[in-house]
Design a protein around this ligand. Structure first.
Ligand code: AMP
Length: 219
């Protein structure tokens, strides 16, 4: 699908670390032909380029903590306003706090966010997935396990384990999600924009459910 009917769709993907937001955001972006903006990917790019923002964010990220709102909000809003606003966007990993959500609502032109899709996965499953997750050093695509080659199936880059996928950081990130990000579920529900999807189904089924929740037909 690549006609103009999806342009201007502003979608938020919500869910705990390991729920599959990155994978699903990539699939949805291709299907709907709108850009995918992942705050974690942007922060990792800053970190690997050694920018001031990357240096400031680094210690929070490796401990599994949230990077302070002022840094992340500025980074994302700059990116959203820089890109052609007519294209729409799938936001993955942002907002993660109530302040971020409120600032985003104030910054977007009406009608703002169209839909927030929350991918729900149990804590046991998250710990299992994150402990076995390897990420491409080049395109950041997530993989379960290293495979035989240790090479990214999408771009051929080298796979590695992110520092925040270490066991201590995993626990911290899940707790941070429960404390600081879960309140967004109620925030978007009260706006009538929330749709919750069972993230423990196959990747294809989850994608079908997300597309269905947006009111489109299947893959
Ligand atoms: P992710 O790739 O989405 O799991 O994000 C990796 C890390 O980047 C998180 O654990 C946070 O340290 C940081 N991060 C990403 N997005 C945000 C955000 N919206 N607010 C604060 N920190 C963030």
């Amino acid at each position: 699908m690549s006609d103009n009917q999806n342009q201007n769709l502003q979608i938020v993907l919500l869910g705990p670390p390991g729920a599959g937001k990155g994978t699903q955001a990539g699939l949805l972006a291709r299907h709907l032909d709108i850009p995918h903006l992942a705050s974690g990917d942007l922060l990792r790019e800053h970190r690997s380029m050694g920018t001031e923002l990357g240096t400031q964010a680094s210690s929070y990220m490796s401990k599994g903590l949230l990077v302070p709102d002022n840094l992340v909000i500025q980074m994302i809003l700059e990116r959203i306003t820089r890109q052609d606003s007519g294209l729409g966007v799938i936001l993955d990993g942002f907002p993660r706090t109530l302040d971020q959500a409120v600032t985003l609502d104030a910054a977007l032109p009406a009608p703002g966010i169209n839909k927030t899709l929350c991918i729900k996965v149990s804590e046991t499953e998250l710990i299992k997935r994150l402990g076995d997750r390897f990420t491409c050093k080049d395109c950041q695509a997530p993989h379960q396990g290293l495979g035989e080659s240790g090479i990214c199936g999408a771009c051929g880059g080298e796979l590695h384990q992110r520092d925040d996928d270490a066991p201590m950081a995993i626990q911290k990130r899940i707790q941070v999600y429960q404390d600081q990000t879960e309140p967004l579920i109620g925030y978007y529900e009260s706006q009538g924009k929330l749709c919750v999807i069972d993230g423990e189904q196959s990747v294809d089924t989850v994608t079908e459910c997300l597309i269905g929740a947006l009111g489109f037909s299947g893959i």
